[in-house]
Design a binder for this molecule. Structure first.
Ligand SMILES: C[S@@+](CC[C@H](N)C(=O)[O-])C[C@H]1O[C@@H](n2cnc3c(N)ncnc32)[C@H](O)[C@@H]1O
Length: 303
């Protein structure tokens, strides 16, 4: 039998205080508020489209051995600063790994996430679990839509950063449980406690560490974690959103990873590439992959 799957690449264009300016020659150029930053981008094999703009960068991230690197400042750059992006106020902080506290490509999901949670505000907000939650932008979008969040990350400073983003965005009074824990330990405990969620968001890295040094290795731990999605979901689930930036992934691979889950619980899958671009650019930069699961009755109305 021929099975049809919904496959759709989704592009986010810069707006507000975030602009994707260009990519090429193994790098990307972006603007966060008043500052223009260059970061390594191995998949940008092509030539730059706007070479003149690169001269205006305030800092360049240069990778060292083992992933860590340093920022070479061309002009004075603060250690952190806030930006306004899609109705949130988020603190940008250049880190040694070149991360800044925002994965702008994730914003392709924000309208969809808000739509999945429509009608949740009020007497009984939908419980949503966010794993590998980092600096919390997706937590805040779900909380803004009225959900009751459980935000889980291994690193105390990262959880504190997410809480500062919540306060800066005026969402710190929303129902959010801020959890510093290892994802595998926490999800096992939640299943034992019979805690159930109507939505689950996860953005696992290739490698990570829990607070007590528990190792997260994507190739070993991902399948056992995905097997916990069904037991963690309530009887009337609304969505699963799984994103990944690891090398070798693809929309088809993402779909395959949730195929057993969808076969067990029903519903349908949509997967694709997350892309970044700017008005007038010829290219869209691939920045990771996603797969969404939705129960059968819900159609994908929002990109
Ligand atoms: C930044 S996100 C993933 C980003 C993106 N997908 C990538 O690959 O670069 C990774 C987050 O997962 C958290 N993390 C890593 N291992 C973890 C674990 N075992 N339990 C909980 N959180 C973990 C990190 O602290 C970090 O905030």
């Amino acid at each position: 039998m021929l099975q049809k799957f919904l496959s759709e690449d989704l592009t986010i264009y810069g707006a507000d205080d975030y602009r994707f300016l260009d990519s090429g020659d193994g790098r990307r150029l972006e603007q966060f508020g008043s500052y223009r930053l260059i970061r390594p981008c191995p998949v940008a094999y092509w030539r730059r489209e706007r070479p003149d703009l690169w001269e205006t960068a305030d800092a360049v991230h240069e990778r060292g051995r083992g992933g860590e690197g340093h920022w070479k400042r061309q002009r004075p750059l603060p250690s952190q600063w806030p930006i306004n992006w899609q109705g949130l106020r988020l603190i940008i902080k250049p880190t040694a790994f070149g991360h800044l506290g925002l994965f702008p490509e994730h914003a392709v999901h924000w309208p969809w996430l808000t739509e999945q949670l429509s009608g949740t505000a009020g007497a009984r907000p939908s419980p949503v679990l966010h794993l590998f939650a980092y600096s919390g932008a997706m937590t805040l979008v779900a909380a803004r839509a009225g959900a009751n969040l459980c935000h889980v990350d291994a690193v105390a400073d990262t959880v504190a950063w997410a809480r500062r983003n919540a306060a800066a965005s005026g969402l710190d009074q929303r129902p959010i449980r801020w959890i510093k824990d290892d994802v595998m330990k926490f999800t096992a405990r939640e299943i034992r406690r019979h805690r159930r969620y109507e939505g689950i968001i996860l953005d696992p890295p290739s490698y990570g560490k829990g607070p007590a040094g528990e190792r997260w290795i994507l190739e070993k731990d991902l399948t056992p974690l995905l097997e916990r999605l069904a037991p963690l979901l309530s009887e009337r689930p609304r969505f699963v959103l799984f994103t990944c930036h690891s090398t070798g992934f693809s929309p088809a691979l993402m779909r395959n990873l949730l195929a057993d889950f969808a076969a067990t619980v029903g519903g349908h899958l949509q997967s694709g590439t997350m892309l970044l671009s700017d008005e007038g650019l010829r290219r869209q930069l691939p920045c990771g992959y996603y797969v969404r699961w939705m129960p059968s009755k819900s159609a994908t109305k929002t990109a």
